[in-house]
Ligand binder design. Structure first.
Ligand code: ADP
Length: 231
């Protein structure tokens, strides 16, 4: 059996209290294998972001089991959640680059936690920026880049500390079709090279062919859909 990066058993989540309480995840069971690119698709409001924030230890698990990188998140301490978050790379729709730092500085920023000399950090950041096709933009500021270029900086930054898991929430939402496909292709290629797993939330159906596995979420349930994957 393949090693699971994420596994959920009867995972439920509700918002609101008392009479207003509404369950939006109705007992999810799924597993995401190490080293794979997994897409999570589903209509707006189906609970994709909620699930991603649960997996990213950004929100407490209420009911059921959710194991991420070997840590059971139901009932875990805030400290354990913080430690887990350090092992995860996050890429969001709004790429959250630091506007006052150059492209190169934005990527070296996340390498500060690693035991590297400043020269080694810079070397590593440059390698990643080259891999995402931005070696000619090292000294530019985020506002001088296109949406697709910024998202590629965000990918380089998320991959820099070599996280075991990368979580991406609609990373192509603000991009045209070509840039969106480039971004996912780069993400897939680099994560495969580094052996990281990727969980990417999207409703962009053009991305399906870049995935190893596709989970569909609807009516608070997930099911496997491999009709499109791996082509
Ligand atoms: P998706 O990412 O698939 O669009 P979300 O996880 O954002 O779905 O939302 C799932 C459902 O939960 C939606 O009906 C949404 O309105 C509701 N919801 C999301 N966040 C909250 C919140 N903080 N409080 C109450 N309801 C929420």
């Amino acid at each position: 059996m393949m090693k699971a990066t994420i596994s959920a058993q009867d995972l439920r989540h509700s918002y609101g209290e008392g009479a207003l309480k509404t369950e939006i995840l109705h007992g999810l069971d799924f597993q995401i294998n190490a080293g794979e690119v997994t897409l999570l698709v589903g209509p707006s409001g189906s609970g994709k972001s909620t699930l991603l924030t649960l997996v990213g230890a950004l929100r407490s698990v209420q009911t059921g089991s959710l194991k991420v990188l070997g840590t059971e998140l139901n009932g875990t301490s805030e400290q354990a959640r913080t430690e887990l978050r350090r092992r995860i790379g996050f890429i969001f729709q709004s790429h959250n680059l630091v506007p006052s730092l150059t492209v190169l500085q934005n990527v070296t920023l996340l390498l500060q936690l690693k035991d590297l000399s400043p020269a080694e950090r810079e070397e590593k950041a440059k390698e990643l920026l080259e891999a995402v096709g931005l070696s000619h933009r090292l000294q530019n500021y985020p506002e001088e880049l296109s949406g697709g270029q910024r998202q590629r900086v965000a990918i380089a930054r998320a991959l820099a500390p070599e996280p075991e898991l990368i979580l991406a929430d609609e990373p192509t939402a603000s991009l045209d079709s070509k840039s969106g496909q480039d971004v996912v292709e780069i993400l897939g290629r680099l994560s495969r090279e580094k052996g990281s797993s990727v969980l990417l939330v999207t409703h962009d159906l053009r991305l399906l062919k870049d995935a190893d596995t596709i989970w569909e979420i609807d009516d608070g349930k997930v099911r496997l859909n491999n009709e499109y994957a791996g082509h």
